[in-house]
Design a protein around this ligand. Structure first.
Ligand code: PMP
Length: 384
């Protein structure tokens, strides 16, 4: 596009995201859309009624800058119940406009020009732009090929005087991999006695399967004292469009974080915060999520097992990676285009999650879809 005012772009190499590209293609070709990373079913009626209730009651003006007290209190209770750490709702929890804004505010809080930030590829797409806008240098490390675990030796080798922060995402989008206790001890060893912050993207904390335990950084003092722990109600309550998330961090970190947060959004919308706080009082609204998504994963895996796709392990999130190396030699962008246009199923290729692309012939499907949709999509994929 022409740039008449000579804007010196801060993100010159960033184009249209692969999610927008694939969704448009799905629409144009009337394909079943397993590319979008969000549910095609509605959230709870009770939650909608609660939002309505608070709107009608007149809670339609600015919330306090860090979020409503009611919601921060509920989050504090939940984090303590789940992970055993007590975050002070007054000083250590901030409600944000989704996890994306929490991530952006966290990077902006700590990254100064020239600082290095370690991220792992494949990486969620908002990390690199947020680091770069702040003058930081993303240092990308590839996750191990087979199981997408973290190569800790390489992490250790990549630490320099300039390392400001390490970004971890577990359960991991797009691979579905999760951290285990061994990962945590490796990380603890690496950061101990160093001035390194951690940004822990835990938006899929409640979507974890087969009895596995979520390794929140809130469980571990050595990690928690230097961590921005970021989560989002979009994933937990099937409300990605509401953009409500939060950041838990020790007081000294939170007070700097809030200086940035207040000038990005000031505060997040009031009635939804109040509704979510009320809804969280029924613990089952959160803890039923693991089984709900595990059933969807199992259903999708059962049908797709008859195909030539090879399933990668999926321990969490609502994403399943499929290898198509026994089906086609096309690269993943071409193959995804072919699936959408010819087979009628839109998926996401994995290479855009890497700075320099990837040749591992993997695609990502989202199984946060109605069962009938998952079954018809799988049947189409089985024809290959
Ligand atoms: N982190 C990861 C790993 C995600 O997958 C997402 C959502 N796709 C986000 C952050 C952003 O969450 P939100 O929609 O709450 O901004």
């Amino acid at each position: 596009m022409q740039n008449p005012m000579n804007i010196k772009s801060k993100l010159p190499e960033i184009g249209t995201s692969i999610f927008a590209v694939m969704s448009k293609m799905a629409n144009d070709y009337n394909a079943i859309n397993l590319s979008q990373g969000f549910p095609d079913f509605n959230c709870s009626d009770q939650l909608i009624d609660l939002v309505n209730h608070f709107m009608k009651k007149g809670f339609n003006q600015y919330a306090p800058m860090p979020g409503t007290i009611e919601l921060r209190k509920e989050i504090s209770k939940e984090v303590f119940r789940d992970y055993g750490r007590s975050y002070d709702f007054e000083k250590e929890i901030t409600i944000t406009a989704g996890a994306t804004q929490a991530l952006y505010a966290a990077f902006t809080t700590i990254v100064n020009p020239g600082d290095e930030v370690i991220i792992f590829e494949p990486a969620y797409d908002s990390y690199i732009p947020a680091i770069k806008v702040n003058g930081g240098i993303p240092v990308s490390i590839k996750l191990n090929e087979n199981d997408f675990s973290i190569p800790w030796n390489e992490v250790e080798r990549s630490i320099s005087e300039k390392t400001k922060c390490i970004v971890i995402n577990s359960p991991h989008n797009p691979t579905g991999a999760i951290l285990n206790e061994e990962d945590i001890s490796q990380l603890q060893k690496i950061v101990k006695d160093k001035n390194i912050f951690l940004i822990s993207d835990e938006v899929y904390e409640h979507i974890i399967f087969d009895g596995n335990k979520h390794q929140s950084f809130a469980r571990y003092a050595e990690l928690a004292k230097r961590s921005f722990i970021i989560s989002s109600f979009g994933k937990t309550f099937h409300t990605t469009g509401w953009k409500i998330g939060y950041c838990c961090a020790p007081e000294a970190i939170t007070s700097e974080f809030r200086k940035i947060h207040q000038f990005i959004v000031f505060a997040v919308n009031t009635p939804i915060q109040l509704a979510i706080a009320e809804f969280m009082k029924n613990e089952n609204n959160i803890y039923s999520l693991n089984k709900f998504y595990q059933d969807k994963r199992d259903l999708f895996q059962k049908v797709i097992r008859d195909s030539k796709f090879v399933l990668k392990k999926c321990d969490g999130t609502y994403f399943q990676l499929l290898s198509y190396s026994s089906i086609s030699n096309k690269n993943d962008l071409e193959f995804s285009e072919y699936l959408t246009k010819e087979i009628g199923v839109a998926v996401i290729p994995l290479s855009p999650f890497y700075k320099n692309g990837s040749e591992n012939r993997l695609i990502r499907v989202c199984f946060a879809k109605n069962d009938e949709v998952l079954i018809s999509a799988s049947k189409k994929l089985c024809t290959l």
